[in-house]
Ligand binder design. Structure first.
Ligand code: SF4
Length: 726
């Protein structure tokens, strides 16, 4: 079992006696690596290895995947349901029956007094698709609130919105195999080697064979930027201008694919009129990339034969994240780069099953990419579940980022949080605690009893973790893979599927609605509900998925082995089958540095940590690499401000302040700092978090801050260590 550099200084896990290897799929990021977990005679998970025959990872795993089996033994797992009368009381242990009864009666009470939408639900991208589907059925068909969302609004909502606006449906069109065929890879706001290390391995393998140009657009000199052929250190928040200017050059120089545009798109004239205003000379002072370089990369992209764009949060987490995604799609549509090997738009998703929630959780609609706004889709779901179609709202309700303001306005009185931790992940995080405390009823469902949100909860449901249950995830390239149960959940912790189906039984109105109770039976429902849809699962079974090491949807009778790419025939999901070219004027509405707050604050991920560290913060082999919040600061800036390496510094924004260690590095420019997103009570105190108008996703990556030296380092260190450093 090797990781680290490919050929030298490998780290080897100690060999442990293994009784059996259990096939499963990694539960951290959306790369979707196949893992075999080694279980010893006593039934304890003791080691792990990548699956050689899995096309996604070809035997490799990153640090998180290698040590994922250690989550089963991690501390502070929830092992019994907890209940308290009010927040001044301590939690008391209770039975599942009592906890479920109390929750159902509180949901009914809140809805009876304040209306059906006064109870909100925020879920996750971490549970299985069968669980998402069942939660969606419970929420849409039984509880009936329209204020139901996933935390995926914080990471992938802009990609969803952009795909819908351009192609008529969500669904990433490309796949990892596109690396093998592309003539140019453009990566915007994606630090692939750290965020998705195994996707990066796939890219690097292809690159080493064929040496196609790799262009990385990022304000920071990330690990990916260091490995690129061209790095464009763009001014934060201006990707749209760069993309418009690239389209300008391509059209002015006649490099566009006229035939593709005419046959497969609408809107070229209006689009052309808009990009005509974005010459490279206009773009240069806005995005900080020279006109000469913009022309160069535009020509490389258009003349590559097949070119692809990947992106992550650098595009999505912006006030114009959705426009950024549409601009990428525009670029690929005018160059004929959708649906062909090596030519695609490919969002690199965050959480292991953010795709599954998009497909079947009914958060933003109804299962199988069906829409609440569409009467036929409402009628299908009503008939399929055995409810009255009038029961469904006719448009989606609030997103997670709008639910918290609605709590503040007093419109939402009760909340159910499922495997998500807004106290660390939401912008303006100190306010989130106050809002949770304002609720009349809060239920928290999580694998860890020490999750920050539980401190404000009335009921706590202990949930099983990844690998303590069976179900499927969908990865970035639409590959559905199976997560087999490796070990039993601890104590009385239950699978999310069990919790949802048992809670349903507490409601009188669920009496005539069937809730399947095994993952296999729910999967059969999903297959049926997805038949004929873009995300068609009808040709899959759990066993077939495992045997294939994952299958990419659509998978049905005519494509029994699945489909690597969408839109290969040039037919999109709008009624006339054509994609839309959409003009996108740039509106600069972000906070920018000024005299009082002179530095850009950028945020992002570390390879060893996962989101809010509820899991990785407790795994010694991961947490030891970065247990303490820090910022990257340019050495010249540090010298100018008299800041020493590893000194604690106070970072101050217009919202709040946070203490971090100073790490001196040239990865950031002199007018910028970078702070990882993972730490409780840290960077999300500072960010502005303005919302994208289409996706409602917050802008985490463009805020202005100032830096203050801290005289009393000892007290500052104590303050940092008193936070959740695990
Ligand atoms: Fe897991 Fe992602 Fe690492 Fe693969 S790359 S092992 S899916 S965390």
């Amino acid at each position: 079992m090797l990781f680290g550099r490919l050929h030298k200084n490998p780290i080897q896990l100690p060999v442990k006696p293994v009784e059996k290897w259990v096939y499963t799929t990694c539960g951290y990021c959306s790369t979707g690596c196949s893992i075999e977990v080694g279980v010893n005679k006593a039934g304890k998970a003791v080691t792990a290895r990548g699956v050689e025959t899995a096309d996604v990872n070809r035997g490799k795993l990153c640090l998180k995947g290698i040590y994922e089996f250690e989550v089963f033994e991690s501390k502070n797992r929830g092992v019994v349901p907890l209940l308290r009368k009010d927040r001044s009381d301590g939690f008391q242990e209770t039975s599942w029956d009592e906890a479920l009864k109390k929750t159902a009666s509180e949901i009914s009470r809140v809805q009876a007094i304040y209306g059906r939408d006064s109870f909100a639900i925020v879920s996750t991208g971490q549970i299985y698709t069968e669980e998402f589907y069942t939660l969606g059925k419970l929420v849409r068909a039984v509880i009936g609130t329209n204020n139901y969302d996933g935390n995926t609004t914080l990471c992938m909502a802009s990609a969803v919105s952009g795909y819908k606006r351009s192609f008529g449906s969500d669904g990433p069109p490309g796949c990892y195999d596109d690396f093998e065929h592309t003539g140019c890879l453009l990566a915007i706001g994606s630090n692939l080697p750290e965020q998705h290390p195994i996707i990066y391995y796939r890219l690097k393998e292809a690159y080493d064979r064929r040496k196609f140009p790799v262009i990385v657009v990022d304000p920071r000199v990330t690990m990916f930027a260091q490995l690129a052929d061209i790095h464009l250190p763009i001014t934060p928040g201006t990707d749209l201008v760069l993309l418009n200017a690239m389209a300008h050059v391509i059209i002015k120089e006649g490099l566009e694919d006229r035939n593709y545009i005419q046959t497969h798109t609408n809107g070229f004239e209006a689009f052309n009129a808009l990009v005509d205003q974005y010459s490279p000379e206009v773009a240069e002072p806005i995005c900080g990339i020279s006109a000469r370089m913009i022309r160069k990369v535009a020509r490389i992209y258009a003349e590559a034969g097949a070119a692809m764009t990947i992106w992550t949060m650098g595009i999505n987490q912006s006030t114009h994240g959705s426009d950024g995604v549409v601009a990428i799609n525009n670029l690929n549509l005018i160059t004929g780069n959708i649906g062909k090997p090596g030519g695609t738009s490919l969002s690199i998703t965050g959480q292991c099953n953010a795709m599954g929630t998009r497909e079947f959780s009914s958060c933003s609609g109804l299962p199988g990419y069906r829409l609440l706004e569409n009467a036929e889709d409402r009628a299908f779901a009503a008939d399929f579940w055995g409810v009255d179609a009038q029961h469904f709202p006719e448009k989606r309700g609030l997103t997670e980022t709008d639910i918290f303001p609605a709590i503040e306005r007093g419109e939402i009185k009760g909340l159910w949080l499922i495997a998500t931790n807004p106290m660390t992940s939401m912008p303006n995080s100190p306010k989130i605690r106050k809002l949770l405390e304002q609720l009349e009823f809060l239920v928290v469902q999580d694998a860890y009893a020490d999750v920050e949100t539980a401190e404000s909860a009335h009921v706590y449901f202990p949930a099983a973790l990844w690998g303590e249950k069976t179900g499927v995830f969908t990865n970035t390239e639409r590959r559905v893979n199976i997560v087999r149960k490796v070990v039993e959940p601890p104590g009385q912790a239950k699978t999310d599927l069990w919790i949802f189906s048992q809670l349903a039984k507490q409601f009188e109105r669920a009496k005539n609605i069937h809730f399947s109770e095994t993952p296999e039976a729910v999967f059969d429902e999903i297959r049926e509900a997805s038949k004929g849809r873009l995300c068609d699962y009808s040709g899959m079974t759990h066993d077939k998925i495992e045997a294939s090491r994952g299958i990419q949807w659509p998978c049905n009778a005519s494509q029994p082995q699945g489909s690597p790419r969408l839109y290969a025939d040039g037919r999109f999901q709008f009624e006339d089958g054509k994609a839309k070219l959409i003009p996108l004027p740039f509106v600069d509405n972000n906070e920018v540095p000024d005299e009082s707050y002179p530095f850009w604050l950028n945020t992002g991920r570390l390879v060893e940590h996962w989101h809010t560290r509820t899991k990785t913060g407790k795994i010694g082999n991961l947490n030891k690499f970065s247990p303490t919040p820090f910022m990257e600061i340019n050495p010249r800036t540090a010298a100018r401000l008299g800041i020493q390496a590893m000194e604690i510094v106070r970072v101050v924004s217009r919202r709040d302040s946070a203490l971090v260690l100073a790490q001196l590095t040239e990865r950031v420019a002199e007018d910028a700092i970078f702070i990882p997103m993972h730490y409780y009570n840290c960077v999300n105190r500072l960010v502005l978090g303005l919302l994208d108008p289409y996706s409602r996703q917050p802008a985490y990556k463009q805020s202005a801050v100032r830096l203050e030296r801290v005289v009393d380092q000892k007290t500052a260190a104590e303050s940092i260590l008193s936070e959740r450093t695990y």
